[in-house]
Design a protein around this ligand. Sequence first.
Ligand code: HEC
Length: 207
Amino acid sequence: MTHLKRSRWSPWALAVVLLAPLAAHTDNGGNGSYEVDASGKLVRPTGYREWVFAGTPVTPNDMNNGKAAFPEFHSVYIHPNAWNQWKRTGHFPDGTILVKELISVGSKQAASGAGYFMGEFIGLEAAVKSAKDFPDEPGNWGYFSFSSPDHRTLLPSAAPQATETCNSCHQTAAKDDWVFTQHYPVMRAANGAGKRAGGGYDDLLQP
Ligand code: HEC
């Protein structure tokens, strides 16, 4: 009986396996950390607030002639798959995705004192490293903006930005493989920590 059942269903199982790679959406080199649709656009990542948090640079509008290029707080997250490799080897693997979520300055005064305090979510940008999806981009890094011009909504998907719009600045000024690790102490501390004795890093002020 069991045998009969199996032989009746296995052709279907086989068909599913064979057809899967033909689906409209693809992910990178097999680890599924991002999705590119049939037209080559990156589908807006979700769930990234539960990725690994790298840091929050802030370029307030009031320190940038009223309009920062990327307003204002930039919370940067890296996908856990890439983080694990970074931590272990100090390299960003193919398939790495980082996002920066833009957040407005909500107030400049709080119970703790004068400063810059987070307001609302106002945008989302992403960087993806993939030799398969971006063979012609320097470093194989593709860049995407999901922010709407008025910063009130997010696009469901985004086409790759022109090389000179994003990639060029990252190529020239970022410390590690197009990523601005010099501004993320969490990433600097973890860089290749797996290679160090004990592998620990989170108890060090100066790794
Ligand atoms: C003039 C330089 C410059 C340009 C142009 C630029 N960036 Fe960046 N980007 C930075 C800097 C500096 C940081 C890190 C500090 C910060 O967030 O301000 C950064 C950080 C990022 C990060 C976080 C991960 C990382 O690589 O450090 C993403 C994602 C990102 N940028 C996307 C974009 C996108 C998308 C564009 C184009 C629409 C773009 N950037 C254009 C300078 C630039």
